[in-house]
Design a protein around this ligand. Structure first.
Ligand code: SF4
Length: 376
C-alpha cells in the first residue's frame, strides 16, 4: 500500500552499559564491538542510498545511543546527511540514559541538528529504579531533564514504566506528579511487560515477586490517562501523551499508519510498498553480512490487502485519532460501517468507541481494552 507520506529513518544502536532487569530488547554490553558496528552501519546506509532518498524524521534508538561518544554520533549524522536527503524541517530524535550526558554534551547534540530528546527515566522512586536495574537515580534523571532544557531542547520526552511488582497506585501517581512538574512536552507511560527471559520476569512468573491483576493494571492505565489529560497532555496513543499534537512523536506515528520507514542496525524493521523486512538480531551476523557487502536481512514478508487492513484496524484503535472511514475505504477497499456496523454500534453504546464525523475513535475505556476491541 504505497502512500505519498515521507518515510522515517530509524537507527538501532545496540549497546548498553548494563542490562536492565526487565529488558529483552536487542542490545549487548560488549562495547568493544562499537567500532565494528559503526563500520557496518555506514555500509548499510550506503546500501539504501537509492531506495530511500528522502526522510523527514530520524530516530536514534536502542539500546542506549548516548553510550556512543559525541564524535561517533556526529559521524552517524554526517553520514546520513551525505547519503540521504534529510528534509530541513525533520524531527530528529535521540534516546538517552540520564546518567550519560552533561550540559556540554547536550548542547553538542543540539548543534548536530538533533531537536528531540527522549530520556529513559522509567521511575522517579529510588527503590523502583533499583528493582528495574537502572543505572541512574532519580536525582540524575531530574538533572538530565533540566540540562536538556538549558541546552535548548524544546521537545523533551520522558519514558516511564508502571505496574511494577508491588508498586502502589499512589507511588506511581507520585512519579507522575514529579514528571508533570518538570513540564516535558511528551510522556510515554508503558505498562511493565513481564518477559520470561529476564531476571524480573522470572521472579514474577515464579511468584517470588507479586504480580498485579488485570483490574489493577486497568486502574493504572485509566488513572494515568486521567491525570495527564487533566494536566494538559493529549493521550494520542495508548502509551503516549503530548502537550498538543504538534509535540506528538512524528516518527512513531509513521509506524501506525503504514507510512514507509527504513530501519538500520541489528533487529531493525523496515516497511515499504506492502513489504516488511527485518535485520538479524545477532550483532555478529549483522556485522558479518555487511563485511560481505550483503543486506543484513533476517527475513521479510509481503502483506496482502487483508493483512494491511487488519493492521490498520488494530493500530487505528490504539490512537485517539482513530480510523477515518473514508480514508480506510480508499486505502483498503473496506466500508467498515457496512462490514462491522452492528458490532461498532454496540461498542459505541458500551462507551468504548465514538462514531462521529466520519471516524471511529476509541474512548479512554476503549483504549484500555483496545486489543479486545480489534477482535470484533
Ligand atoms: S537501557 Fe534500555 S535497551 Fe538497554 S538494557 Fe536497559 S531497557 Fe534495555
Amino acid at each position: 500500500m504505497a502512500t505519498k507520506a515521507v518515510p522515517g529513518l530509524y537507527i538501532h544502536i545496540p549497546f548498553c552499559r548494563v542490562r536492565c532487569a526487565y529488558c529483552d530488547f536487542c542490545s549487548t554490553t560488549d562495547i568493544a564491538l562499537i567500532t565494528d558496528y559503526l563500520h557496518a552501519l555506514s555500509k548499510e546506509i550506503e546500501l539504501y542510498r537509492d531506495d530511500f532518498p528522502t526522510f523527514d524524521t530520524v530516530y536514534l534508538g536502542g539500546g542506549t545511543p548516548s553510550l556512543l561518544s559525541l564524535n561517533q554520533i556526529e559521524a552517524i549524522m554526517e553520514k546520513i546527511h551525505n547519503v540521504f536527503s534529510i528534509q530541513h524541517s525533520s524531527e530528529i530524535t535521540i534516546e538517552v540514559n540520564p546518567a550519560d550526558l552533561d550540559l556540554v554534551d547536550l548542547e553538542r547534540l543540539r548543534g548536530l541538528g538533533i531537536n528531540r530528546i527522549n530520556i529513559g527515566v522509567q521511575s522517579l522512586e529510588e527503590r523502583e529504579l533499583i528493582l528495574l536495574g537502572r543505572r541512574h537515580n532519580s536525582c540524575l534523571a531530574l538533572v538530565a531533564i533540566e540540562e536538556a532544557l538549558k541546552a535548548g531542547f524544546e521537545n523533551i520526552g520522558i519514558d516511564l514504566i508502571y505496574g511494577l511488582p508491588g508498586q502502589r497506585l499512589s507511588r506511581w501517581h507520585n512519579t507522575l506528579a514529579k514528571a508533570i512538574s518538570l513540564n516535558p512536552s511528551h510522556l510515554s507511560c508503558y505498562e511493565l511487560e513481564l518477559k520470561p527471559g529476564t531476571p524480573l520476569g522470572r521472579k514474577c512468573l515464579t511468584r517470588e515477586l507479586p504480580v498485579h491483576s488485570q483490574e489493577i493494571l486497568r486502574d493504572f492505565f485509566m488513572s494515568t490517562s486521567e491525570i495527564l489529560e487533566d494536566s494538559g497532555y493529549v493521550h494520542y496513543e495508548i502509551s503516549n501523551f503530548a502537550k498538543g499534537m504538534e509535540k506528538a512523536s512524528r516518527h512513531n506515528q509513521k509506524y501506525w499508519d503504514h507510512t514507509p520507514y527504513l530501519g538500520l542496525g541489528p533487529s531493525a524493521h523496515s516497511f515499504k510498498a506492502n513489504n516488511r523486512w527485518w535485520n538479524h538480531e545477532s550483532l555478529a551476523e549483522y556485522i558479518q553480512d555487511l563485511r560481505d557487502n550483503k543486506h543484513p536481512v533476517s527475513a521479510s514478508e509481503t502483506l496482502g490487502l487483508g493483512e494491511l487492513l487488519m493492521e490498520a484496524w488494530f493500530l487505528g484503535l490504539r490512537t485517539k485519532r482513530g480510523i477515518d472511514l473514508d480514508v480506510f475505504q480508499q486505502r483498503y477497499g473496506c466500508d467498515l460501517m457496512k462490514e462491522k456496523g452492528p458490532a461498532l454500534i454496540d461498542l459505541a453504546k458500551a462507551g468504548l468507541i465514538i462514531i462521529e464525523s466520519g471516524s471511529v475513535r476509541p474512548t479512554r475505556s476503549g483504549m484500555a481494552v483496545c486489543d479486545a476491541l480489534a477482535l470484533i
